[in-house]
Design a protein around this ligand. Structure first.
Ligand SMILES: C[S@@+](CC[C@H](N)C(=O)[O-])C[C@H]1O[C@@H](n2cnc3c(N)ncnc32)[C@H](O)[C@@H]1O
Length: 251
């Protein structure tokens, strides 16, 4: 497959492309696509996933975890909390640092501060409850709640938790070239539908070439409903696992 791709594709250019999914999801006529995300987003069973990663990579000293389209950092911090809660600090260490990136530099800067806005009122309470319940009321190990004038309700991820994620601005279509293929986990959730069909094919092809046997790719609900991700992952050597939305490279 001969690939020509501009590594400088900007967020604005990318966000203005129309796909079947995004044409239905334009925000306030701005042409920008939503970066909507929330803690413990329910299209992944986080605790089962942490346990699965532990077992699946039992023989590996280091697991290379990438979070494509990390938005404001909510997703990689959810993964950090899930791994530490389920496995304990020591066993979770080989999955860190998580290398997270997003095309949107404003979101990445926000993520770097570790100061993450909760969902707007009245849904703030949903975020707070979700964080408390999932962490068995121990979430203060990872974060604290704050109200900040102008921004509103945020969680401040503490420094100890924050250092487990490295954030960068980047396009998944080129970032994939820098990934390590051995013992890799690529979270690419709720982002495939932002790519046009040709780009989806490129991404799946590159993942198939780059990732070695047993590496893992994770999709989100919208990727499954509104993109060709599943079909393309199959075509490039990945199969479903017993955890919904989690795929493994077969050879
Ligand atoms: C709906 S959010 C998903 C956030 C998170 N992954 C989740 O599932 O909750 C989609 C994100 O994809 C990012 N994005 C879109 N196209 C991208 C690309 N080509 N490379 C990296 N990020 C991209 C957007 O900037 C946005 O933050």
């Amino acid at each position: 497959m001969n690939i020509t791709l501009s590594p400088t594709l900007s967020y604005t250019q990318n966000s203005q492309k129309t796909t079947a999914f995004t044409s239905n999801f334009r925000l306030n006529g701005t042409g920008q696509r939503p970066n909507f995300t929330y803690f413990y987003r329910g299209d992944l069973k986080w605790r089962s996933f942490a346990k699965y990663l532990h077992r699946h990579f039992a023989d590996a000293d280091k697991v290379n975890v990438y979070n494509a389209a990390c938005s404001d950092g909510t997703e990689p911090f959810t993964l950090v909390m899930s791994l530490i809660s389920k496995l304990g600090q020591k066993k979770a260490q080989k999955f860190f640092p998580i290398e997270a990136f997003d095309l949107n530099k404003y979101l990445v800067n926000e993520a770097k501060t570790g100061q993450i806005p909760l969902l707007p009122e009245p849904y703030t309470i949903v975020d707070i409850l979700r964080l408390k319940l999932k962490n068995m009321f121990l979430e203060h190990k990872f974060l604290e709640y704050k109200k900040i004038r102008k921004i509103g309700d945020v969680v401040q991820i503490n420094d100890k938790t924050r250092k487990h994620v490295k954030f960068d601005v980047g396009n998944v279509l080129t970032k994939v070239d820098e990934m390590k293929g051995e013992n890799a986990v690529v979270m690419s959730r709720n982002m495939w539908m932002y790519l046009n069909e040709y780009e989806q094919e490129i991404l799946a092809f590159k993942l198939g070439k780059k990732l070695k046997k047993d590496s893992v790719v994770v999709l989100g609900k919208y990727d499954i409903q509104s993109s060709k991700a599943v079909e393309l992952l199959h075509k490039n050597g990945f199969e479903e696992t017993y955890i919904d939305n989690v795929f493994e490279k077969m050879k």
